[in-house]
Ligand binder design. Structure first.
Ligand SMILES: N[C@@H](CCC(=O)N[C@@H](CS)C(=O)NCC(=O)O)C(=O)O
Length: 198
């Protein structure tokens, strides 16, 4: 069975876990601590980042978007539409949700890795402005939630879970439509809830 090197708090790992659950693909979950740089991780991904999917034949796949594309192929398009325009929309939504996570993660790392007096506030502000712009856009026009969803909606749910984990009370104001969207997602797809960042 393919193995997923992951962490329960990692939004990209969550996206991949939710995608595998949704597509009905069994994967073995292997928790890793990236800060320990375990050989199992660095051997599979020289960047030392998660998630990484290690296939039965020993090949390893990263990053998370290469993994979701792989899961889509293995599941014969359970995760992305065949229609080119719809597929493009789904891929761009996934990229936007991942991009919000990139900004959020860079804020978390800025605070976590620097001594307190070296944390650079203009950098944090710059990242937060990007998150704000993306969330406002999504809140104004939340993605549809049909029975058949894509890696786009899945990535967004994982992303909002990560924001609730690390930026609780900060991202929600004025975003009631997105909050309702996440609640509706959980009602419709309760089987994916255990994989939300936490
Ligand atoms: N673009 C990558 C981002 C992966 C990433 O940044 N993962 C974080 C955890 S959420 C990580 O491994 N950080 C450890 C590090 O950067 O050393 C993806 O989509 O998989």
């Amino acid at each position: 069975m393919p193995k997923l090197l992951y962490a329960s708090t990692s939004p990209y790992s969550s996206k991949v876990r939710m995608a595998a659950l949704y597509a009905g693909i069994a994967i073995d979950l292997v928790p890793v601590k990236t800060e320990d740089k375990p050989a199992e991780l660095t051997g599979a991904n020289p960047l030392g980042k998660i998630p990484v999917l290690v296939l039965d034949d020993g090949r390893s796949i990263h990053d998370s978007r290469a993994i979701t594309q792989h899961l889509n192929r293995v599941s014969k398009n359970a995760l992305l539409p065949r229609n080119p325009d719809k597929r493009l929309d789904a891929e761009v939504l996934e990229a936007l949700a991942d991009g919000i996570c990139d900004c959020a993660l860079s804020m978390v790392y800025e605070r976590r890795t620097r001594p307190e007096d070296m944390v650079y506030q203009p950098w944090l502000d710059r990242q937060w402005a990007k998150i704000t712009a993306a969330l406002d856009l999504l809140n104004a026009n939340p993605p549809k939630l049909p029975k058949k969803i894509t890696t786009g909606q899945i990535a967004l749910r994982a992303c909002l879970g990560y924001l609730s984990l690390r930026f609780a009370g900060k991202w929600e104001k004025g975003r009631s439509r997105l909050i309702r969207w996440a609640a509706r997602f959980d009602e419709k797809f309760p089987e994916l809830k255990p994989a939300i960042p936490g």
